[in-house]
Design a protein around this ligand. Structure first.
Ligand code: IVH
Length: 687
């Protein structure tokens, strides 16, 4: 075998490895994708031709290997211990005072701290010999971990060979590093959604996802999961290192993904450290991955060794948890609520507990899968989290505090309000009450129907919806148009003046444009924009009612999901009867003949998505303006969108636009675009 060939393959493997590192770890590629693909294909072809020259750590070998029977056990070089927690700045100060007592005056003068995020994933221990990744393990029982080398090899940011950049430094004889495997929040959500659609299992949280994805006997499964890695500790390094800061720098130089959100403070800067800890608590939800607080560490590794451990926790480090936001309490019961769309959601009834100064009695449990995946039982002690202004949620049960009296919960088979059978559509996490006349749903449906984005009936809101349903005046949405006014006039607070006004507003709403009526029906996925698109193609609701899904999905902006939902909606006799009844009661169900074509076509052929608040145009005015100039408006950003018109507080649509590189417009730019005479697209700067 020619050594020149072996050398050539090794060289090529090193080059490919280096470019993968630039791409995945540094996020700073030197090659274009096609250029990289050529290199990779060359390496693959050579290895195929000469399999005996293929290194097990070749970058082509990340795809998953043989299926294991079980996980072998690996001893850890040092016990993998946990961390003590602090929940208030006072506890951090107490921790520092203890360090001061344990350290000499000389050491105290050199004392520094490193503050790192506490990553919420699965701890892994990575072994390298002469620069090669030879073994990877979980934390296991702290002494022995489970060997998951094959699964870890599939992580694209885990270097199989160090240093990743051969020019950076020489390979160490031995290195054992500790890190955390995690998943980005967005990837986690997308994964669960995809699983749901396929009727497959979902994970309750990113941490379970990371653990479940790595503890797979078939590494092909791990390979297909969007796992990421942060490395934060050198357990064994040769030559030894002096500080945690040095360790992070060294690990970074070797090509490991090291989190940049690390800060260092001298002992006399402890006040700044506390400020940073508080500030991080306010902003950490914006990180793309979950964190479980911060870890404050003594920087000097010599001091760390001297400080040692108490029981199972190191004295030299402490985890800061945002105490205000979490508490444990008893789960007294699980009740279900019925929403406007009929979605039935389980909610926790809790023994009242103060979470960050607010008494919490209820918390969301999301859906049945969540409860089952976490094995939450009635009577359990549970961990509750309150973040910002959002509804508190139950994070998990504390099973070791069980008495045996806890009872598992299952979703009721019938709606707690109307008694109709509940159903769970394939591929969805939610369970629905499909009875449109369900009073709980009806109140919300009426409230939505009369609301601002729908029929816009002034003086009619949730209170009236609740009252009229409760009084038995409203059994379906059309009953809004045949309210028993003489009876209403006898209700407390419903004097003549108020009732006259309400009656006039209801009467006026009968001639709302048809797209408003369509949106007001509250059909899933059919919001204002989709309703407008549909009404353009089907100005008569009776025609829409009979449209085939293929006809609907042929319309730009209407996907197969919307088409199927509409078709299902109109397949229900009660829904068809509702439209007929609305029409009978004088509500306009067909648009007036189309207005003469728009005077200008400057936006013809262009598709816009509008998001956020514009300085002078309302949302509806913006849509009307675009259409008046021949443009199209859709609800979702896709590669087909020509422009995204973004105003203040634009959210995920703006993110998506940036991701896809869709040009952005503000209101003046939109006006300028519409005002131009020549309809060829102008050059607009992408921000
Ligand atoms: S240092 C001797 N730093 O949190 C303990 N741990 O509750 C040294 N963790 O499973 C651990 N992020 O793996 C350290 N930046 C970080 C961390 C971190 C997450 C994990 C750790 C352990 C758990 C302890």
């Amino acid at each position: 075998m020619s050594t020149a060939l072996a050398e050539q393959i090794a060289q090529l493997a090193a080059t490919v490895r280096y470019h993968q590192y630039r791409y995945f770890v540094l996020d700073d590629p030197l090659l274009s994708d096609p250029e990289f693909d050529v290199l990779f294909a060359q390496l693959n072809a050579l290895e195929e031709a000469y399999p005996e020259l293929r290194s097990p750590n070749s970058p082509t070998q990340r795809v998953g290997g043989q299926i294991a029977e079980r996980f072998a056990k690996t001893p850890h070089p040092t016990p993998m211990l946990g961390l003590a927690n602090a929940f208030s700045p006072g506890e951090l100060v107490a921790w520092r005072e203890r360090l001061h007592r344990l350290l000499s005056t000389e050491q105290r003068s050199q004392l520094r701290y490193v503050v790192e995020p506490k990553f919420d994933g699965l701890t892994v221990v990575l072994h390298y010999t002469q620069g090669s990744f030879v073994l990877g393990a979980t934390r296991g029982d702290g002494e022995y971990g489970e060997t998951i080398t094959a699964n870890l090899r599939t992580l694209r940011t885990l270097p199989l060979q160090i240093p990743a950049d051969p020019a950076a430094t020489t390979p160490p004889a031995r290195l054992v590093a500790r890190g955390e495997v995690y998943v980005d929040k967005a990837d986690f959500e997308a994964f669960n959604q995809q699983q749901r659609a396929a009727g497959e299992r979902t994970y309750a949280n990113p941490r379970n996802f990371a653990a479940g994805s790595l503890r797979q006997l078939d590494s092909h499964i791990s390979a297909a999961r969007p796992l990421k890695l942060w490395v934060y500790q050198a357990l064994v390094a040769d030559p030894p290192l002096a500080t945690q800061n040095d360790a992070l720098r060294y690990l970074h130089t070797l090509g490991f993904p090291v989190c940049p959100a690390v800060h260092s403070f001298p002992d006399d800067g402890f006040d700044q450290l506390l400020d940073y800890v508080m500030a991080f608590g306010r902003s950490c939800q914006q990180l793309p991955y979950e964190v479980d607080g911060l870890v404050v560490k003594v920087d000097s590794l010599a001091m760390q060794a001297e400080l040692g451990f108490t029981g199972k926790d190191p004295r030299w480090a402490i985890a800061y948890k945002y105490a205000g936001t979490e508490a444990t309490t008893r789960l007294l019961d699980i009740v279900v609520n019925v929403g406007r769309t009929g979605a039935v959601t389980p909610n926790a009834v809790l023994e009242p507990v103060s979470v960050g100064g607010v008494v919490v009695r209820n918390a969301t449990l999301h859906n049945a899968d969540y409860i089952h995946a976490l094995d939450i039982r009635i009577g359990d002690q549970v961990l509750v989290k309150r973040a910002g202004e959002v509804i508190p949620k139950v994070l998990r049960p504390l099973p070791d505090q069980r008495t045996g009296q806890e009872t598992p919960w299952s979703m009721p088979l019938t709606c707690p309000v109307c008694g109709a059978t509940l159903s769970r559509p394939a591929g969805e996490a939610a369970t629905y009450c499909v009875n449109n006349a369900c009073p709980a749903q009806l109140v919300r449906a009426v409230d939505y129907f009369v609301g601002r984005t729908a029929m816009e009936i002034a003086g009619f809101g949730f209170k009236q919806a609740e009252l009229f349903v409760e009084q038995g005046f409203i059994h379906d949405l059309a009953d809004i148009y045949q309210l028993p006014w003489s009876q209403i006039r006898t209700l407390p607070g419903y004097g003549d003046k108020r009732v006259d006004k309400l009656q006039t507003a209801i009467e006026a709403s009968k001639s709302q444009p048809v797209h408003r009526l369509l949106a007001a029906l509250g059909i899933r996925f059919v919001g204002a924009v989709v309703a407008e698109t549909l009404a353009q193609h089907f100005p008569n609701l009776f025609d829409l009612m009979d449209a085939e899904p293929e006809q609907l999905s042929a319309i730009e902006g209407i996907g197969p999901k919307i088409a199927a939902t509409l078709h299902d909606y109109f397949a229900v006799a009660a829904n068809r009867a509702l439209i007929e009844k609305l029409a009978r009661l004088g509500v306009q169900v067909a648009a007036a003949p189309p207005a003469p074509t728009a005077p200008t076509h400057s936006l013809a052929g262009l598709t816009f998505v509008v998001t956020g608040t514009l300085p002078t145009f309302s949302r509806e005015e913006t849509h009307a303006f675009i259409k008046a100039h021949g443009g199209k408006v859709t609800g979702n950003v896709s590669s087909k969108s020509s422009y995204v018109v973004a105003g203040e507080s634009a959210g995920s649509k703006l993110d998506k636009a940036l991701q896809l590189g869709i040009p952005l417009l503000d209101e003046p730019a939109l006006r300028a675009l519409a005002a131009r005479a020549d309809p060829s697209p102008p050059t607009v700067q992408t921000t």
